[in-house]
Design a binder for this molecule. Structure first.
Ligand SMILES: O=C(O)[C@H](O)[C@H](O)COP(=O)(O)O
Ligand SMILES: [Mg+2]
Length: 319
């Protein structure tokens, strides 16, 4: 199957050079672009080093809330990426904590209920918030209808939900109490809307959005999505780094998060999204979208400006 219209396939040295020349700044998604689970995608490090040698600026933007920025700094170092400091990594645990203050005006020192992994807890602590729930071992194990943690602490000011592999009935039942409490008035922040993500060895795994939407459904109330494609998240990243929107490219593997993020955010003067096929989206998915954009919600906003097999493919031509 071949692409008939729409995005430009980067498949020659000239096209790769023109692409790199056009942008000063790069936003890289992580799962499916930089790595699959704990393994770097072969050749990606060389592309990043190449961009660095050309004086390009870049940061990482991941909808994964499981790890804190400090955890990501270690992961990058372990995989051989040099000089990646905390300030260059934007996971949605960070975005969720930023939303507490910026969107809801909740001051540090407040208690926040967490359904998610330690990344959210660490980012909360770093800003002086007190996380409850989360990785608390009392929530592990079989269902306990007498658990202390089913009683609402009235000092909790918000609920943050993200991906977790420790999703069990104790955790969802306790989280539900907070989401229903006081006529559903406690803010409900979701770390992302991702249905799945690409795991190791071609495995497709449930992502954070499936956890967030479970709670949305059972509590029957809406949430604030702080992850991609949130324009608030994008504006924060551009402002922090003083990136010119028109000279910035979003590189991702997921159409409804990464590509929409770049397109809705008007990156690259309306041509600022590059899809890589090394993660969750295959060329057949892209073809299907291009041929039937109206069968997708807001389908036009999901079509990338460019696509390429993998970030690594770029340096195969450029070096
Ligand atoms: O919550 C998750 O599991 C994430 O949605 C998933 O890992 C996607 O992360 P990204 O591709 O944005 O790095
Ligand atoms: Mg991804």
């Amino acid at each position: 199957m071949t692409i008939k219209a729409g995005p430009v396939r980067i498949s020659t040295r000239e096209a790769a050079e023109a692409l790199i020349d056009r942008y000063d700044n790069f936003l890289f998604d992580c799962d499916g672009v930089i790595w699959l689970d704990e393994k770097a995608i072969p050749g990606v490090l060389r592309t990043i080093e190449y961009l660095e040698s050309k004086g390009k600026k870049y940061v990482f933007v991941t909808n994964n809330s499981s790890k804190s920025r400090s955890d990501y700094v270690h992961k990058f170092a372990k995989l051989g990426f040099k000089g990646i400091t905390k300030e260059r990594v934007y996971p949605t645990c960070y975005a969720a904590v930023a939303a507490l203050k910026d969107t809801y005006g909740i001051e540090s020192g407040a208690k926040v209920w967490v359904l998610g992994d330690s990344g959210i807890e660490q980012e909360l602590k770093e800003e002086g918030y007190i996380p409850l729930g989360g990785t608390d071992e009392r929530l592990d194990g079989p269902w306990n209808p007498n658990s202390e943690l089913l009683k609402v602490d009235p000092e909790v000011k918000a609920v943050i939900v993200g991906s977790t592999k420790d999703f069990n009935y104790n955790r969802i039942a306790s989280t539900l109490q907070y989401l229903l409490y006081n006529n559903k008035s406690i803010p409900f922040i979701g770390a992302n809307i991702d249905r799945t993500y690409p795991g190791p060895d071609g495995l497709i795994l449930p992502a954070g959005g499936s956890v967030v939407n479970y709670m949305y459904y059972t509590a029957h109330r809406d949430f604030l999505n702080v992850g991609k494609p949130s324009t608030v998240f994008l504006d924060t990243i551009l402002a922090h780094n003083e990136f010119d929107r028109s000279k910035t490219l979003m590189v991702g593997d997921t159409l409804y998060t990464d590509i929409k993020f770049g397109n809705d955010g008007q990156l690259g003067n309306g041509a600022g999204s590059l899809l890589v096929l090394s993660g969750g989206t295959k060329v057949s998915d892209l073809n299907h979208l291009i041929q039937n954009p109206h069968s997708f919600e807001d389908g036009e906003s999901l079509i990338p400006s460019y696509f390429v097999d993998s970030l690594a493919t770029l340096t195969d031509w450029l070096e």
